[in-house]
Each structure stands twice: as C-alpha cells, then as structure tokens.
Design a protein around this ligand. Structure first.
Ligand code: FES
Length: 62
C-alpha cells in the first residue's frame, strides 16, 4: 500500500460510484464551481449511492 499523503490526497477517490477524485472536485471549485449540483452534473459524483455528498460539501466549504 502506498502512503505518501501529498500526491495520494489529490488522487484520492472521494466518490467510489463514479471514480471522482478529490483533485478533480478541487479543480472544479478552483474553476469557480460553487454548488454541489454543478459538481454532480460535471462528474456524476453524488448521483450513485449519495454517500459522498458530505465529502464534497466539505470541500466546497473550505
Ligand atoms: S460514492 Fe459518490 S455516489 Fe456513491
């Protein structure tokens, strides 16, 4: 198992259903996306089981 936080953080999958990574969501936020709906639209994240909602909202909050 790899355990180097910096790069793995970025590539960490936060939505298992769609394979959406934390880096991808952060990129969208950096591009000006500020709502969960738009992120869901662009990545499909939250459209499966929905358990990643909270993780994405946390990213939007930071
Ligand atoms: S983990 Fe994101 S929809 Fe299931």
């Amino acid at each position: 198992m790899e355990n180097s936080t910096d790069s793995t953080e970025h590539n960490k999958v936060i939505c298992d259903c769609t394979g959406t990574t934390e880096g991808k969501v952060k990129q969208l936020i950096a591009d000006g996306v500020d709502s969960l709906d738009v992120i869901a639209d662009k990545t499909g994240a939250t459209t499966g089981c929905g358990s990643c909602d909270i993780l994405i909202e946390e990213l939007l909050d930071t």
